[in-house]
Write a protein that binds this ligand. Structure first.
Ligand code: IPM
Ligand code: MG
Length: 356
């Protein structure tokens, strides 16, 4: 098969972790006789520095003309510490999601047996936890207008806006996932307070009738935040709006043992994007210490979702499992003082794939 991908390393640790994921992708393509072509482009703070735009038209065109996008991370302290900056790196990520129509962000949460004891949560609570968070990605408070500041600067506002159409398509997608899994869906909202959440619930209740085989439950987001930590095994598929999904999945990463472990697939209307859920970790940039596994696992999702190549995705997951089991891991999940560099972990996984 011919795989044509766009590679967007972005900021901070982005280039280091994407390099590992790309090497792993190359190895899998070689092993399975796929032909891989890829081109890199700028996004985020590096794109602002180069031309003032965090998601340049050139980058967008490359994404549109590719079969999949492998993405690293975005963000820079230069902008975090400057609240009056007119252009921010994160706008690049949001623009990319919006322009590519990536309304669904799939974030699978699973545990790795050899990492269970690394979690601050008790092992009997998290052993076997396996759920998927489906986060709406192009609506809600991230994109709602008006957004801004009053002229005198004393008032700021964001707007959370959702249409029935936006809710309908993501809830249906979540039901389709639930049908392929354990047939349980949790719709997470704040319907006791927010008008958008009430529309979510109303819309979901209508769709629920079309999926009688799926057990549907509705849960307030504050309660969900507690249950994810207290009883993660109760969840199968959860669906929620943009900001709740952002927050709940960072929380859920604690189950996995490190934020550096969680991959994601952003899918929708145009080319899908595969990205770790973590950020650009600027403190570690250039030090070759960041955990590349979330990005490597995102490459596994890319084979599966964008190319329907399941054996290829599985082999990456196997290799990642083996690296964890043998302790070839970065400092965030290393034990007994032996930590490997980002590039060493990547090289080990690549070699392992060739050895299979
Ligand atoms: C994520 C990130 C982004 C988000 C940031 C970098 C804009 O936290 O992908 O979860 O909030 O969506
Ligand atoms: Mg986030």
């Amino acid at each position: 098969m011919e795989l044509k991908i766009a590679v967007l390393p972005g900021d901070g640790i982005g280039p280091e972790i994407v390099k590992q994921a790309l090497d792993v992708t190359k190895a899998v393509c070689k092993k399975f006789n796929h032909s891989l072509t890829y081109r890199e482009a700028l996004v985020g703070a590096v794109a602002i520095d180069a031309g003032g735009d965090p998601y340049p038209q050139e980058t967008h065109e490359l994404c549109m003309n590719s079969d999949a996008v492998l993405f690293g991370a975005i963000g820079s302290p230069k902008y975090d510490n400057n609240p009056s900056a007119k252009v921010r790196p994160e706008q690049g990520l949001l623009a990319m999601r919006k322009k590519l129509g990536l309304y669904a962000n799939i974030r699978p949460i699973t545990t790795f047996p050899s990492l269970i004891h690394q979690s601050p949560l008790r092992s009997e609570l998290i052993e076997g936890a396996d759920f998927v968070c489906i986060r709406e990605l192009t609506g809600g408070i991230y994109f709602g207008r008006p957004q801004g500041r009053s002229e005198d600067g004393q008032v700021a506002y964001d707007s959370s806006v959702y249409t029935v159409e936006e809710i309908d398509r993501i809830v249906r997608l979540a039901y389709d996932y639930a049908m392929k899994r354990r047939k349980k869906l949790t719709v997470i909202d704040k319907a006791n307070v927010l008008a958008t959440s009430r529309l979510w619930r109303e819309t979901a209740r209508k769709i629920e009738k079309e999926y009688p085989e799926v057990e549907t439950e509705y849960m307030f987001v504050d309660n969900a935040a507690m249950q994810i930590i207290q009883w993660p095994k109760r969840f199968d598929v959860m669906v929620t709006e943009n900001m709740f999904g952002d927050i709940l999945t960072d929380e859920a990463s604690v189950i996995t043992g490190s934020l550096g472990m969680l991959p994601s697939a952003s899918i929708g209307i145009h080319t899908s994007v595969f990205e770790p859920i973590h950020g650009s970790y600027p403190q570690a940039a250039g030090k070759n210490i960041a955990n590349p596994l979330a990005t490597v696992l995102s490459a596994a999702l890319m084979f599966e979702y964008a190319f329907n190549l399941h054996k290829e995705g599985q082999i990456i997951r196997e290799a990642v499992n083996a690296s964890i089991q043998q302790g070839i891991v970065t400092e965030d999940i290393a034990e007994n003082g032996k930590a490997y560099k980002t590039s060493e972990v990547g090289a080990w996984i690549t070699n392992y794939i060739f050895s299979l």
